[in-house]
Design a protein around this ligand. Structure first.
Ligand SMILES: NC(=O)c1ccc[n+]([C@@H]2O[C@H](COP(=O)([O-])OP(=O)(O)OC[C@H]3O[C@@H](n4cnc5c(N)ncnc54)[C@H](O)[C@@H]3O)[C@@H](O)[C@H]2O)c1
Length: 363
């Protein structure tokens, strides 16, 4: 992977105000592109994530709308499609909102891009969780060729696969230069608890395990570990993910698929232990028993193909990434408290009130 690949390039990042999208935008800017157009309806993100930079144009709209599609420049060369309806639980609470923001989005975008002459690559954020086997036995690395089940736990998971299917179709039929990046679990600075609109469940605030544990750890709470924290994931630091997406855009084979992961398993117990260490949390984790319906299991992804074909390897160790994320959270406490506080009433109604100590300055 060489640097300065995107110099003078015309780039669109759909969902570019989001956690991964905003990190990608920041990294792309280092290559000095001519412009980066961010199209985002701020459904699960905060505008604070969009860098103030003359090369960044922000369009506050859904990519399903004429306004959103109209923001794609005529000379567009690279498109990163990172928008989704975040996340699994929200999609279960409102499958129609998921359809609108996670399935229809892909169809509208790809159909708009099918005749774009200047287009060099469309990179799609696919999800490894939609294909990985759910097991508590010794897992094997999930490869890009893993068979895909027709039975899924959430509309989110279905939508992520439909995005792959539509992209494959537009690639075959119209030669849209489509590359799938299958994400493992991403963590890092820029994932703002409570960012965006209320999406029907407490997971609007408590989005993912890393930011949730870090916030609770900084507030000296016992981190809840289902099944003793025995489940595992392949956690990848967001800067590595951004580099991987750029590698997909530069060197990914049109029609190809690449895992973006570390290839390593981290248990939730290790994750919690490290977070408590960096957050200075003296409270021991709350080890809970396994639940009958728990299907989370253990998993990690194979990195062989992305290493071989993209020259991509994750560089930041999980421990080091967590240390940096705890630092970022400390430095951004007020921003995060503000986005969480916007959902205080709904959290109360959902039976999960937010603690007053999260808001020392009031709300
Ligand atoms: N974070 C992970 O661990 C992970 C794992 C697997 C896959 N992914 C995928 O990576 C992508 C980025 O995830 P993230 O963690 O940054 O989530 P995120 O919620 O921070 O980002 C998604 C962005 O899409 C925007 N969006 C939603 N509907 C939109 C619409 N109709 N039009 C335009 N923008 C819209 C949201 O406002 C948000 O900014 C998603 O596609 C997600 O499915 C993420």
């Amino acid at each position: 992977m060489s640097s300065l690949n995107f110099k003078n390039a015309s780039i669109v990042v759909v969902g570019g105000a989001g956690f991964v999208g905003s990190n990608l935008v920041k990294m792309l800017l280092k290559d000095d592109p001519s412009k980066v157009v961010v199209i985002d309806n701020l459904l699960s993100s905060d505008v604070a994530n969009v860098p103030a930079d003359a090369r960044v144009k922000f369009c506050f709209a859904s990519i399903t709308s004429d306004q959103g599609l109209g923001a794609i420049p005529a000379d567009v060369e690279y498109v990163f499609h990172l928008s989704c309806y975040h996340g699994n639980q929200s999609s279960i609470a409102d499958p129609f909102a998921d359809h609108e923001n996670n399935t229809f989005t892909s169809l509208r975008l790809f159909d708009r891009l099918k005749d774009a002459k200047s287009l060099k690559k469309v990179v799609y954020a696919a999800a490894a969780c939609a294909v990985a086997e759910k097991t508590y036995d010794q897992p094997t690395a999930t490869t890009e060729e893993q068979p895909v089940s027709l039975v899924h736990d959430s509309p989110y998971s279905i939508s992520k696969l439909i995005g792959e299917l539509y992209g494959n179709y537009y690639h075959q039929r119209y030669q849209m230069p489509f590359v799938k990046a299958r994400f493992s679990n991403v963590f890092g600075p820029g994932e703002i608890l409570g960012a965006g609109r209320w999406r029907g469940t407490v997971h609007t605030v408590w989005r993912n395990v890393c930011p949730t544990f870090i916030w609770k750890g900084l507030h000296r709470e016992a981190l809840p570990l289902d099944n003793g924290g025995n489940a595992s994931r392949d956690f990848i630091f967001v800067e590595d993910m951004a580099r991987g997406l750029m590698a997909c855009a530069m060197d990914g084979e049109p029609g190809g698929i690449y895992n973006l992961a570390t290839g390593n398993e981290t248990s939730i117990l290790d994750l919690a232990t490290w977070i408590n260490e960096f957050a200075g949390n003296p409270t021991a984790p709350d080890l809970k028993p396994a639940r009958d319906w728990d299907r989370s299991g253990k998993r990690f992804a194979s990195t062989e193909k992305s290493r071989r074909e993209l020259g991509f390897d994750a560089q930041v160790e999980v421990r080091e990434g967590l240390r940096r994320t705890v630092e970022w959270t400390r430095a951004n406490r007020e921003l995060i408290a503000r986005t969480m506080a916007a959902h205080s009433k709904q959290m109360q109604q959902a039976g999960a009130p937010l603690r007053p100590e999260y808001f020392p300055q009031g709300v």
